[in-house]
Write a protein that binds this ligand. Structure first.
Ligand code: PLP
Length: 244
C-alpha cells in the first residue's frame, strides 16, 4: 500500500490544505500520515488567521509517522516559518531518507493572504524531488518576470533547479488561452503536458495535484508518468466539480 506523508496546514473552509490532500490520496487508494504545520482560519473568500505549530511538534509528528509504518512519498504544502522548514528538512533527512518529496510552494491562498514566506522554502528545496510552482510562484521564486513562454519557463526552471530542486513542474492552469500547459523540467529535458483549459477559481487544485504526484511517485511511477497521471486526475476532478 502506498503511504504518503503529508506535511501541510489545515484549512477551515475545507477547500484546500490537509483535508483536500487526504481526500485526494484516499480517492487514489493511498493511505495518509498527516503532519500539521499550521492551523488556518479561513473561508473561501478570506484568510483570517494563522497559528503555526511549534517546529519541534512538527518534527515529532514526522518521527512518529515514520516509526509507525514505511513512508512511500512525502508531500509538502504550507510551511509556517523558516525554523519549521529547517526542522522538517532535518527530520526528513533522519527519518525518511531516499523518499521522493513533492513540494507545492503555496505562497498565497486564493482566499487572500500570505501563507508562506520565501525563507520558509529554501531549506527544503535541496531535498525536493519535484517542485510544483504555478506561473506566479515560478516567476517570484526564480526572481524573473512572469511569463508563459517556454523559453522563459526554461530559465525559471533552471534557476529553481540551481536552488536545489531536482525537477520542476511549472503549472499553466492560471494562464490564458484555450489550452493549459504544464512544463516539466527534469534531467536536462523539458516535457509539455497539454490539456483543454477549464474554468478557473476552483480551490485546492495545487494541493490536489501535488498529492496525486506524491501518490504516483510513491507507487513507483517515473516523473513523466507521475505528471501525466496526476495532471489527468486534477483535470477530471475539476471537470466533475464544474459539472456538479
Ligand atoms: N490554505 C492552506 C492551508 C493550504 O495548504 C493551501 C494550499 O496548499 C491553500 C490555502 C491554498 O489553496 P488555494 O490555492 O485553493 O487557495
Amino acid at each position: 500500500m502506498t503511504r504518503v506523508l503529508i506535511i501541510a496546514g489545515t484549512d477551515s473552509s475545507g477547500g484546500a490544505g490537509l483535508t483536500r490532500d487526504t481526500a485526494t490520496a484516499t480517492a487514489l487508494g493511498c493511505t495518509v500520515a498527516p503532519v500539521v504545520t499550521a492551523v488556518t482560519v479561513q473561508t473561501h473568500k478570506q484568510l483570517h488567521d494563522i497559528t503555526p505549530i511549534p517546529p519541534e511538534v512538527i518534527s515529532a509528528q514526522i518521527r512518529a509517522a515514520a516509526e509507525s509504518e514505511r513512508i512511500s512519498a512525502v508531500k509538502l504544502g504550507m510551511i509556517g516559518s523558516a525554523q519549521a522548514a529547517q526542522e522538517i528538512a532535518d527530520a526528513l533527512g533522519r527519518f525518511c531518507p531516499d523518499t521522493p518529496v513533492v513540494f507545492d510552494p503555496v505562497l498565497r491562498s486564493s482566499s487572500g493572504g500570505v501563507l508562506m514566506k520565501d525563507e520558509a522554502l529554501m531549506p527544503l528545496l535541496e531535498m525536493t524531488t519535484l517542485l510544483t510552482p504555478n506561473l506566479a510562484e515560478a516567476a517570484h521564486l526564480s526572481g524573473r518576470a512572469e511569463s508563459s513562454r517556454p523559453v522563459d519557463l526554461a530559465r525559471q526552471g533552471e534557476r529553481l533547479q540551481r536552488l536545489g530542486a531536482q525537477a520542476v513542474l511549472i503549472k499553466g492552469g492560471h494562464g490564458s488561452g484555450g489550452t493549459s500547459v504544464d512544463h516539466l523540467f527534469a534531467d536536462g529535458h523539458m516535457t509539455r503536458f497539454e490539456r483543454p483549459r477549464l474554468p478557473q477559481g476552483h480551490r485546492g487544485t495545487g494541493c490536489t495535484l501535488a498529492t496525486a504526484l506524491a501518490c504516483a511517485l510513491g507507487a513507483g511511477a517515473s516523473l513523466v508518468e507521475a505528471c501525466q497521471q496526476a495532471g489527468d486526475h486534477v483535470h477530471k476532478w475539476i471537470k466533475s466539480a464544474v459539472a456538479a
